[in-house]
Ligand binder design. Structure first.
Ligand code: NAD
Length: 410
């Protein structure tokens, strides 16, 4: 099953539970519009490379489309549609005044020089620029795109249209970026998990965590969870996993990764194969790498009682059902990974008001919004005796549906 089909299935289940009218099911089960472009990049040796680029605007009933840009060899229209749909439900669940979108270029950016990467970023913005704007479609970073890439895209946009910092979030601070943005996804996930753990009347110090994917989101999550007293017993990246039941020091792992390019061979842990992270004895498993990490074959090994989806769509639908049957609590991506888009919203709002908030204020607002959303999802799940994913989708779909009805949705 393709990634988009899987997420569409979560929506269809929700539409059924909510008894959504047929016209709205039709409107909300596919993207509103999508653009497929050639991204033509002059290479340093004089050749021209042509890459496939995408921008999918899934739904804009609640506000401007909002979503990141990914540079990765596996980017496809199906994947971009999946993430655009997830963004629609995520912004609605967090009650942000945005719709959902996503974009990407099918390219391996690690094979490009820095000038080539800059040309790629500018050419992509040039190719999709007509769709974009502070009140139309607001872009952001995702896998392999960072503040530097956002700065180049921002510059390309402003050259043609004028100075509108609100057109992109995740920008460098010098261009109106927000303090706290880089750590936001990891921090938001910690706030959501911590709320859940305390509601279960458990404590951080008695909770062990394994993190699959020690990149931006996963490494910030691990470092901040550790600071709050959680014990990080394993982390992994694309080269392998490192495990220590007594607890790892994520800040030291981060230093080791900076020096060597990977978490493997960290001195204070045992190095295992990538996939072995799923079998680690931990209360919480945090998939924070790529999609479809948890599928049928690796599910049997999972020992965790909570799966916190920091990555987008890391759990396939069959695995989701099997985990629910085993009584594992899955905190869905549209909740657990929403910290990034929350702080993107705060950046957009600061830009709109020509303000720069202190990091403390950004983090406090993020905490408040993540805790509120987590509480609403937990309460709905209890009320309707459904999973957290089902509850999160029901709330999000209801909100988007209500906005569509209020507009007349024709
Ligand atoms: P990243 O590129 O910084 O990190 C990805 C990490 O996953 C890397 O360390 C990579 O080595 C690792 N990885 C890849 N394949 C792996 C495998 N098979 N096993 C273990 N590790 C593997 O990307 P990121 O920004 O941290 O994003 C990670 C996930 O979080 C993505 O699904 C992304 O969509 C989602 N997400 C990120 C943000 C954000 O603000 N960064 C926001 C929301 C959701």
């Amino acid at each position: 099953m393709g990634a988009f089909e899987a997420v569409r299935g979560f929506f269809a289940d929700s539409a059924e539970r909510l008894d959504l009218e047929a016209a709205l099911r039709d409107v909300l089960s596919r993207p509103q519009q999508e653009l497929v472009v050639q991204v033509r990049v002059p290479l340093d040796d004089g050749a021209l490379a042509v890459y496939d680029g995408y921008r999918v605007q899934y739904n804009g009933a609640r506000g401007p489309y909002k979503g990141g840009i990914r540079f990765h060899p596996q980017v496809s229209l199906d994947e971009v549609r999946c993430f655009a749909a997830l963004m629609t439900w995520k912004t609605a669940l967090l009650d942000l005044p945005f719709g959902g979108a996503k974009g990407g270029v099918q390219v391996d950016p690690h094979l490009l020089s820095t000038p080539e990467l800059q040309r790629l970023s500018r050419r992509f913005m040039d190719a999709v620029g007509l769709l974009v704007g502070p009140t139309r479609d607001v872009m952001a970073p995702d896998v392999n795109t960072d503040a530097r890439v956002m700065g180049w895209m921002f510059d390309e946009f402003t050259r043609r249209v004028g100075h509108f910092p609100e057109v992109i979030t995740g920008k460098p601070l010098a261009l109106g970026g927000s303090l706290g943005r880089e750590a936001a996804t990891g921090r938001g996930a910690v706030f959501s998990l911590d709320y859940l753990i305390h509601r279960e009347e458990r404590s951080a110090k008695d909770t062990t965590i394994a993190v699959q994917g020690f990149g931006n989101a996963g490494s910030w999550f691990a470092r901040l969870a550790h600071e709050m007293g959680y014990r990080i017993v394993a982390v992994s990246d694309s080269k392998g996993a490192v495990v220590n039941p007594e607890g790892l020091e994520p800040h030291m792992v981060q230093t080791h990764k900076k020096e060597t390019g990977s978490v493997v061979d960290f001195y204070a842990g045992e190095t295992l194969e990538c996939e072995e992270i799923f079998a680690v004895d931990a209360d919480v498993l945090v998939p924070a790498a790529l999609s479809d990490a948890l599928v049928g074959p690796n599910l049997g090994f999972v020992k965790a009682r909570i799966v916190l989806e920091v990555a987008n769509h890391p759990v396939a639908p069959d695995a989701d059902r099997a985990l629910a049957e085993r009584g594992v609590t899955v905190v869905p991506d549209i909740l657990a990974s929403a910290g990034g888009v929350v702080v993107s919203y705060l950046e957009w709002a600061q830009n709109m008001q020509h303000e720069q908030w202190r990091e403390k204020r950004v983090n406090a607002r993020l905490k408040e919004m993540m805790e509120e959303a987590t509480e609403v999802v937990l309460a709905r799940a209890e009320r309707d005796d459904i999973t957290l994913r089902q509850a999160a989708y029901d709330i999000a779909v209801e909100r988007v549906a209500e906005a569509e009805r209020s507009r007349g949705f024709l």
